[in-house]
Design a protein around this ligand. Structure first.
Ligand code: HEC
Length: 121
């Protein structure tokens, strides 16, 4: 009797440790997708070629009306919603639309990135 009970207890704790391990692995995966590093990558991959890694913009594009994201006046004059709208639908002749190319989460992340350029100065 006593031995049977001990065996059952041991088996139960092995099972508990195993399933804890599986749960841990499952929970870690989605957290990685929304890491800040991924947000930095979206801007670096899709925006930096025109806006520069530092958000200042490039001379050839500035001549076509591109703003400097580090400019405090520009930051004050635009809401998050306006920036998100520009990313979704594009602006003027040269700023492309990212509709279908960036998810809403990605757009939120690049808006935060655009904002971060204003905070450095
Ligand atoms: C092909 C070059 C190019 C790429 C790529 C590009 N932009 Fe632009 N962007 C421009 C130009 C040019 C303007 C100025 C448009 C105008 O005012 O006519 C602009 C304007 C903007 C503005 C200002 C809009 C306003 O109302 O003043 C924001 C915000 C912006 N871009 C964000 C982004 C983000 C975020 C990305 C990446 C997802 C991106 N851009 C990718 C060229 C680009």
């Amino acid at each position: 009797m006593e031995r049977g009970k001990t065996f059952k207890l041991a088996a139960a704790s092995v099972f508990a440790v195993l399933s804890l391990g599986i749960m841990k692995g499952g929970a870690a995966a989605p957290a990685r997708e929304v890491s800040p590093a991924a947000a930095v990558d979206q801007f670096a991959q899709k925006c930096a070629l025109c806006h520069g890694k530092d958000g200042h913009g490039l001379p050839s594009w500035k001549a076509k009306g591109q703003p400097d994201f580090t400019d405090a006046q520009w930051q004050k004059g635009h809401t998050d919603a306006q920036i998100a709208e520009t990313v979704r639908n594009g602006k003027g002749k040269y700023m492309p639309s990212f509709k279908g190319k960036l998810s809403e989460a990605d757009i939120t992340a690049v808006v935060a990135k655009v904002r971060s350029f204003g905070k450095k100065n």
